[in-house]
Structures are given as structure tokens and as C-alpha cells.
Design a protein around this ligand. Structure first.
Ligand code: CU
Length: 136
């Protein structure tokens, strides 16, 4: 019996590192859901989103402060999902997340209203879309 010898995948060992700078956005690779979200420490706010079949289950649709906002997306559905935000410099998105995976990215957003959605297949049309308001 080899109980307890379940291999644990460590996502951050690759030479490319855990985060990825692209413009002013940083992203993490998908990881299994752990006890705490890996939010960007420089973020002024965290927007957490639960991706379900087929909706964005959001804790809030308003962020009270503009600036660097950390998006934490968890796939609580049964198929692959991702979270995308239409930011001023273009779309920023997580990779496709398998059920039970989580990923984050952080982007600097000025005050305004931003679309966030699942960019996979027809999921946006099926209801995985919303608006996030960033206050002054
Ligand atoms: Cu989806």
C-alpha cells in the first residue's frame, strides 16, 4: 500500500518563473486551489471571481480605488474556463483553467467600467460576462 505518496506538482520550478510581465500586467500560471489566493502584493484591491458553468460568480462588481488591481480567478465549474478583462491596453487573461485550478493577474486600471468575461468558446454568450466598475 502506497497511501500518502501522492506526488505534489510544484508549478514554480520551471526556469521561466511563476509570473510573467507583459506591459504592466503580471500573470501567474494555473495552480491547484490552495488556502489563500496568491494576490499581487502591490495591488490596491483584489477582485475575486468564481468561474462556474456558465456565469461569473463575483464577490463585487465595484472596486473602490483605481490602480493596480489583482484578479483572482478560480474555476469552480466542471469544464475549462478562463477570466479575461478588457483593459485600456487590450485584453488580459488567465490561461484556460481546469476545474479546481486558480490563477491571478494584476493590471493597472484607471477609473471606469471594464468588461470581464470567459473568453473560451461561447461561454461569454452563455452568461459568463459582467462589468467591473473602478471608482476614482
Ligand atoms: Cu468559460
Amino acid at each position: 500500500m502506497r497511501a500518502g505518496l501522492v506526488p505534489i506538482a510544484v508549478a514554480c520550478l520551471a526556469a521561466v518563473g511563476c509570473g510573467e510581465e507583459r506591459g504592466n500586467a503580471t500573470r501567474t500560471v494555473p495552480e491547484r486551489v490552495g488556502p489563500a489566493p496568491a494576490a499581487d502584493p502591490r495591488a490596491v484591491a483584489i477582485a475575486a471571481v468564481s468561474l462556474v458553468d456558465y456565469a461569473l460568480d463575483v464577490g463585487q462588481t465595484r472596486v473602490g480605488r483605481a490602480g493596480r488591481i489583482s484578479f483572482v480567478a478560480t474555476n469552480d465549474g466542471t469544464v475549462r474556463h478562463a477570466l479575461a478583462v478588457d483593459a485600456p491596453a487590450g485584453r488580459v487573461s488567465t490561461d484556460a483553467l481546469r476545474p479546481g485550478e486558480r490563477a491571478t493577474f494584476a493590471i493597472r486600471l484607471p477609473p471606469g467600467r471594464y468588461k470581464w468575461y470567459c473568453p473560451i468558446a461561447d461561454h461569454e454568450a452563455r452568461g459568463m460576462v459582467g462589468r467591473l466598475r473602478v471608482a476614482e
